[in-house]
Design a protein around this ligand. Structure first.
Ligand code: HEC
Ligand SMILES: [Cu+2]
Length: 314
């Protein structure tokens, strides 16, 4: 996977582009103000040394204050209008043919649903989204616990996920790439390890991914995978996780139906390799201290079987 972009100064979509324009307007207006203030201070120091007479000073002060007030008013008006206009324009993206997503923030991971009017075509995943390039993405933002905030800097600004309320954002990716989003509202100990990876890809590639995600979990093909599935279904895992097509159907932890297709585990904490997966299942608290998955206490034989099974969930 190419390295992910997480900079608001490298926009990959029209919404982020408008925000970066706004950023540069703020930057230049503030720079000019700073230079004027610094210049005026230096001039005041210099004229103080020269010791100008009181009468001249008074007239100059009135003039300067009037000019400074006018400049400040104009500067503030520029900042106000440009930010209000950017906000309004960004809020009104054309959403014809939009892809509808529902993202729910949990301490400390993202539940993602590709909602479809036909329920059997729904896709549930976590912490990693695929989106088609050039199509508006309309996201409903919910929270399962506390306030979170979703920020994918190359695509759009931040929007909060608030318990008991549905917020909405839109964005569109102009070019393929990997963009890294991050929770931007402090939400507890592992707030910093709450990333959302966005893979923007051409429409046909996206459709292939979506179709694959719609299928239930792969059936075990080896005795070890079979054993792993039994442990997951009968053990504690099924109390929190869902694997479509198995009896595990809980929704308070990341959906594991196609876990092997994701690039990271623990919401971007570590790469999804066999080694890290083993480390995660053996002791999730070591990789992400304080997270809501207790160590399941599997024997090494059970751990290997569970690993084989999870790695088969392509
Ligand atoms: C008490 C609930 C609970 C139990 C029991 C549990 N998990 Fe988890 N699991 C979680 C939560 C919550 C997360 C997300 C943690 C985070 O990223 O902050 C998670 C994350 C994971 C992940 C990483 C998923 C991802 O996309 O990042 C894997 C893999 C996983 N669990 C496997 C298992 C297995 C296998 C078992 C049983 C042996 C199990 N879990 C038992 C709650 C649980
Ligand atoms: Cu958060």
């Amino acid at each position: 996977m190419p390295s992910a972009i997480q900079s608001a100064l490298q926009p990959a979509g029209i919404e982020a582009l408008r925000i970066v324009h706004l950023w540069w307007i703020f930057f230049w207006v503030c720079t000019v103000v700073w230079v004027l203030v610094a210049g005026a201070t230096l001039m005041a120091v210099a004229s103080g040394r020269r010791g100008t007479s009181a009468g001249v000073n008074e007239r100059r002060v009135t003039g300067t204050v009037a000019a400074a007030t006018a400049v400040s008013t104009v500067a503030l008006l520029i900042l106000l209008t440009t930010s209000v206009v950017t906000d309004r324009v960004n809020a009104s993206l054309d959403t014809t043919n939009a892809l509808q997503l529902q993202i729910t923030g949990w301490q400390w991971w993202w539940d993602v649903q590709y909602t479809n009017p036909q329920a059997s075509l729904n896709v549930v995943t976590a912490n990693e989204i695929h989106i088609p390039v050039g199509r508006p993405i309309r996201v409903t933002l919910l929270s399962g616990d506390v306030i979170h905030s979703l920020w994918i800097p190359p695509l759009n600004g931040k929007t909060d996920l608030i318990p008991g309320r549905a917020n909405e954002i839109w964005f569109i990716a102009d070019r393929p790439g990997v963009y890294r989003g991050q929770c931007a509202e402090f939400c507890g100990t592992q707030h910093a390890k709450m990333a959302l990876t966005v893979l923007a890809e051409p429409e046909d590639q996206f459709q292939r991914w979506l179709t694959a995600q719609r299928s239930p979990a792969a059936s075990p093909t080896t005795p070890s995978e079979q054993r792993g599935r039994e442990i997951v279904e009968r053990g504690p895992c099924a109390m929190c996780h869902a694997i479509q097509g198995s009896t595990a159907g809980a929704r308070t932890a990341p959906d594991l139906t196609h876990i092997a297709t994701r690039s990271t585990i623990g919401a971007g904490s570590v790469p999804n390799t066999r080694g890290y997966l083993a480390g995660w299942i053996a002791d999730p608290q070591h990789i992400k201290p304080g997270n809501k998955m207790p160590a399941p206490g599997l024997s090494s034989e059970q751990l290997l079987a569970v690993l084989d099974y999870l790695e088969s969930l392509k």
